[in-house]
Each structure stands twice: as structure tokens, then as C-alpha cells.
Write a protein that binds this ligand. Structure first.
Ligand code: PMP
Length: 401
């Protein structure tokens, strides 16, 4: 009977969120969220999204039919252009399908690659998004999982030499999962030169890259810059790869579950075969995708005024995170809190590693009502001008000077 089922540990991040919600302290601070929070620590609806919604709602007769099996046709075209930085006519060798957000894009990629490419191993960064391994365990259970060195916690940089060394063990057809920008949880990305070296390794070894693109526009503030590794891989013309794109963060549409899976093939004939294969898998799982988020984003990407507003919205989010990084850095410096903190300024996106141990993370919660992930990751979107002093004081207390 089901009473014999093994007990499943609850999800760490969502458990912390629940604990934070029930914490009655007026000083509580949530530094866990993988969601953008505004200056008051609240969810933020982008102005471009509000305007797009007004346009959609202006016609109450908009029906609720299924989207086509591959997704919102116009959005698929717009998304390709946004990710690859070229016009649709130059992107004929890219096959794209709408997915249930970034998680769904990763899932469909794992399902497709594990059966059609038949990799022996999938490689993940030694610190990464924990759901990647869970997704591959579910959708590609016969594929062995290994980790490549990425982040060196001692000096807060990428250990690229070690990464390259370990990847020598990769075999033709193995898959490598990469964060295109704003690496979660470290906030440290490969340089242009390192991406180039990696592209050559992928070509020479036959290693198949999967780019996870969950923060386009939120790493550097520039949508093109944040997808530059993808455009560079594409421009080589001799690499097949996947992009699992999420629109959760850069449009603040977390609950609408909107994402796209792109597969860059070597030629148009291959791309034409990939699309129906993906559609077949997706049909068996979800038939068609949610439509509301797709309509909103398509409105914005298809209208110059709304598009400009979206770029402004991205700048608002990016600038607030940058200001919070600066405030945290200066606070830690002024109080001489033990540790080296320069990386807080140079890390990209929402996250940084503090180097706090799990015991210190627990103490931050129990003594100061400040919530961090057990890994010591903070999300700078949880910081506001009102709580920053409390956070710095708590770090001073826990880490010393
Ligand atoms: N990839 C990474 C690296 C992420 O951080 C996230 C969100 N935490 C996702 C993918 C997927 O998010 P969603 O399913 O909400 O698009």
C-alpha cells in the first residue's frame, strides 16, 4: 500500500519560504527568493506587462482556445530572434517549441536528448540549480550524472582550468548543462574567451551543450550581452545545441509558466525533423501550453513602444539589484565584516555566495530572522534600503570582524 512509500524530503527552498511566511518578527528578511522583489520587498508587475494586459483585456471576446501544439506561433518567432539576436530568416536551422516555463524547457530537452542522442553522461556545474539534476533523474534516468568543477569558493572565481581538465573525460554525445548568464547560485559567469574555449572543446569532443537561459537581461542589463554566448555558439555554424529559455524572471511572469525550448541544428533539414519530434513528446505530456503569458509577451515583443518599456523595466530591476549590491558591499566594508566581499559587486544577476556554513545560515535565521538557502546563497532582490542595515549587522554578528 502507499503507506509503505518512502518519505520524501520537502523542497528546501519552498520550505524556507513557508517558514519565512509564518515568522512573526517585524525584522524578518527573505534572502532566498529566485524572484524579483521591489523596494518594499513585494512582487513587482512590469509596466510593459500591465500595458499588454490592458490591451488583451480590452477585448473580452478573446477566446480560450488551445494554442497550436508547438505553441504561440508569433511568440516562437519573436523568441528565436530575442535569443539568437538575428532575424527569423537567418534562423531556419533552429527548431523551437513553447514549454511550461524554464523547468518545462529543461525537462523536454532532457527527454528529447536522453532518447534521441543517447548520451552516456550528463555534466552539471559543481554548484548549480538543484532542479537540473532532479529533472534529468526523472526524464533521463538511464543517463549517468557527473559534475564538472566550476566555482572555487575560496577565491569566488571560476576554476576554468579544472573545468577543462575534467571535461577531457567527456565522451562524444555526452551532454553539458551550462548557465548562459547570471549563474545560479554563484552569480559568476564564464568570460567571452572561456566561452570560446568551451565551444572548441564541445566541437572537438562532440560534447552537446544545453544552455539554460533563465535571466536574459538581468545579468548585465542588456538582453544581447546576456545571450552573447548563445549567438557566438550559433555563429560558429558547426555546433548543435539546446537553449532552455525561461520568461519567468525577465517578464516577472513566474506563475504563468512560459518558456521556450530551442534546438539549433546543423541545417534546415535537421531542424524540420526536430520540430515534429518535440511536438510529439510535448503532446503526450501536456497537449498544449498555457496561453496567457504567451499572449502578454508576444504583445510586448511585437510592439516598439511596449518593447522599449520592457527594456526600461529590465533596467529598473537590474539597477535596483546593482544598488543593493553596492549598499551591501559598502556596509560590510565599513563594519569590517570578516571575509572578502569584492565579488558582491562583480557577481551578476540575483545571486551571490556568502561563504556562510550551514550552521551560520541557521544562526542567521534563528538569531536574526534572516533567511538564506543552506548553501549560503543570498538573493539580492530580498535586500531593501530598510533592511540592509539589519542584514549587515547580522552578518557582522555571525562572521565577526
Ligand atoms: N534555470 C535556472 C538556472 C533557474 O534559476 C530557474 C528558476 N529558479 C529556472 C531555470 C526555471 O524557472 P521557471 O521554471 O520558473 O522558468
Amino acid at each position: 500500500s502507499f503507506s509503505e512509500l518512502p518519505t520524501v524530503k520537502p523542497d528546501a527552498a519552498f520550505t524556507l519560504l513557508a517558514a519565512y511566511k509564518t515568522d512573526t518578527s517585524s525584522n524578518k528578511v527573505d534572502l532566498c527568493p529566485g524572484f524579483y522583489r521591489d523596494e518594499n520587498g513585494r512582487p513587482w508587475i512590469l509596466s510593459s506587462v500591465i500595458q499588454a494586459k490592458e490591451r488583451i483585456h480590452a477585448d473580452p471576446k478573446v477566446n480560450h482556445e488551445h494554442l497550436p501544439l508547438a505553441g504561440h506561433t508569433e511568440l516562437l518567432r519573436q523568441s528565436k530572434e530575442l535569443v539568437f539576436g538575428k532575424e527569423d530568416r537567418d534562423l531556419k536551422r533552429v527548431a523551437s517549441i513553447q514549454t511550461v516555463s524554464g523547468t518545462g524547457a529543461n525537462h523536454l530537452a532532457a527527454l528529447f536528448l536522453s532518447t534521441k542522442l543517447n548520451p552516456k553522461t550528463v555534466w552539471f556545474p559543481n554548484l548549480g540549480w538543484i532542479n537540473h539534476t532532479a529533472i534529468w533523474k526523472l526524464a533521463g534516468s538511464h543517463v549517468q550524472q557527473r559534475f564538472y568543477p566550476y566555482f572555487n569558493g575560496e577565491n569566488q572565481i571560476i576554476d576554468f582550468d579544472a573545468m577543462v581538465e575534467v571535461l577531457r573525460e567527456a565522451q562524444k554525445g555526452d551532454v553539458i548543462v551550462l548557465h548562459a548568464c547570471a549563474h545560479n547560485p554563484t552569480g559568476v559567469d564564464l568570460s567571452k574567451e572561456q566561452w570560446n574555449t568551451l565551444a572548441t572543446i564541445c566541437k572537438n569532443t562532440g560534447l552537446f551543450p544545453v544552455f539554460d537561459l533563465a535571466y536574459q537581461g538581468l545579468a548585465s542589463g542588456d538582453v544581447r550581452q546576456d545571450a552573447s554566448a548563445i549567438s557566438d555558439f550559433f555563429d560558429r555554424g558547426n555546433l548543435e545545441f539546446v537553449v532552455a529559455q525561461s520568461y519567468s524572471k525577465n517578464f516577472g511572469l513566474y506563475g504563468e509558466r512560459i518558456g521556450i525550448l530551442h534546438i539549433a541544428a546543423l541545417d534546415v533539414t535537421a531542424a524540420a525533423k526536430i520540430t515534429p519530434a518535440l511536438t510529439q513528446l510535448s503532446r503526450a505530456e501536456i497537449t498544449s501550453c498555457p496561453s496567457y503569458g504567451a499572449r502578454i509577451i508576444s504583445q510586448i515583443l511585437g510592439d516598439l513602444k511596449l518593447y522599449d518599456q520592457w527594456l526600461e523595466d529590465l533596467a529598473t530591476m537590474h539597477n535596483r539589484m546593482k544598488t543593493m549590491r553596492e549598499s551591501l558591499y559598502h556596509g560590510l566594508l565599513v563594519r569590517k565584516v570578516r571575509g572578502s566581499w569584492d565579488h558582491i559587486l562583480t557577481d551578476t544577476g540575483m545571486f551571490s555566495m556568502t561563504g556562510l556554513s550551514t550552521t551560520q545560515v541557521t544562526a542567521m535565521k534563528e538569531k536574526h530572522h534572516i533567511y538564506l538557502l543552506p548553501s549560503g546563497r543570498i538573493s539580492v532582490t530580498g535586500l531593501t534600503t530598510r533592511n540592509i542595515d539589519h542584514v549587515v549587522t547580522a552578518l557582522e554578528d555571525i562572521l565577526g570582524t
